[in-house]
Ligand binder design. Structure first.
Ligand code: A3P
Length: 307
């Protein structure tokens, strides 16, 4: 791997995308050991695009018979979504001991998360009938969410990552699992070629039309909502259970930790569309707009609109 990037010491270019040494190790283990089931569901994102929310919605939807969303003991009330749909690279294959984890006791359908670009997924995943749901977010908001998050979780010994430094790297594509344009395009192209395999969602649509998008997710996963369920308010209940306002206030999300011991509270910041206007100067808007136009302009760039 070629060393460069965030704080120079921490990101490496690995098969065309940027990641940390620990991630390279777990991705390698994933490639060696993971055997997908056709019923597996993989939630794929570039960081800070709505991963936590999508994991919650998907978990609540596929498990709605077992755990009715209005139940007082619903797992999402006591577990962070990342514990219910663990990341391949941080949790499932993140421990780096010699033996790969035994996934046979994992409840079905198995839900996993990943930030790995489509091209970097094991061919076993690409060739199986397991489903992939991808969510992207406009790169302006994703950048702000990412920059603020990095500064919250960074080791205290490191100085803050300045907006200018972070932005310059982002525009060069240097961000965990980026460049963001390759990440989006990989899943976008696959969703066009194999719509039964990859569902491509946008954070902005999910915010604006949550019920409609949730129904799309359920249909895609082969567990569409029946009329009777809709009459009982099943869709609304799931949306409410997974809402930002509800999740942010749960004890587990205020106090718990995930991944490499980061506070769950950092996963819930503002959840707004367009917060970037509070951080971008006119030259920054121009530079990122140009990057988006150049890299994604010709490829139905609607996922990347800047407002
Ligand atoms: P902001 O930093 O703009 O507030 P990820 O889950 O991929 O890390 O993405 C984090 C972003 O999703 C954060 O955006 C966070 O606030 C937002 N988010 C988290 N939970 C959400 C929810 N239930 N509904 C909508 N947005 C949510």
């Amino acid at each position: 791997p070629r060393e460069r990037g965030w704080r120079t010491r921490y990101l490496y270019l690995f098969h065309g995308f940027w990641c940390q040494p620990a991630e390279i190790q777990s991705i390698t283990t994933l490639h060696h050991h993971f055997r997908p089931n056709d019923s597996d569901i993989i939630i794929a994102t570039i960081p800070k695009s709505g991963t936590t929310w999508l994991k919650a919605l998907t978990f609540a939807t596929v498990n709605r018979d077992l755990f009715p969303p209005s139940s007082k003991s619903h797992p999402l009330l006591s577990s962070n979504p990342h514990d219910l749909a663990p990341f391949f690279e941080y949790t499932v294959y993140g421990s780096h001991d010699r033996n790969p984890p035994d996934l046979s006791g994992f409840p079905e359908p198995r839900l996993f998360g990943t930030h790995i670009p489509f091209d970097g997924l094991p061919s076993s995943v690409k060739d199986s009938d397991c489903k992939v749901i991808y969510i992207c977010r406009n790169p302006f908001d994703t950048f702000v969410s990412s920059w603020t998050f990095i500064n919250k979780i960074k080791p205290e010994s490191l100085p803050p990552l300045t907006l200018e430094e972070a932005f310059d790297m982002y525009c060069q594509g240097i961000i965990g699992f980026g460049p963001f344009w390759d990440h989006m395009l990989g899943y976008w192209n696959e969703s066009k070629e194999k719509p039964h395999k990859v569902l491509f969602l946008k954070y902005e649509d999910l915010k604006g039309e949550t019920e409609r998008e949730l129904k799309r997710i359920a249909e895609f996963l082969g567990c569409g909502f029946g009329e009777e369920e809709e009459e009982r308010g099943m869709v609304e209940s799931i949306v409410k259970l997974c809402s930002f306002e509800k999740m942010k206030e749960l004890e587990v999300n205020k106090c718990g930790t995930f991944g490499r011991n980061f506070g769950n509270k950092h996963l819930f910041r503002k959840a707004e569309i367009g917060d970037w206007v509070n951080h971008f100067s006119p030259p920054m808007v121009e530079r990122l707009s140009t990057v988006i136009e150049e890299k994604l302009g010709g490829s139905d760039s609607s996922p990347c609109s800047s407002s």
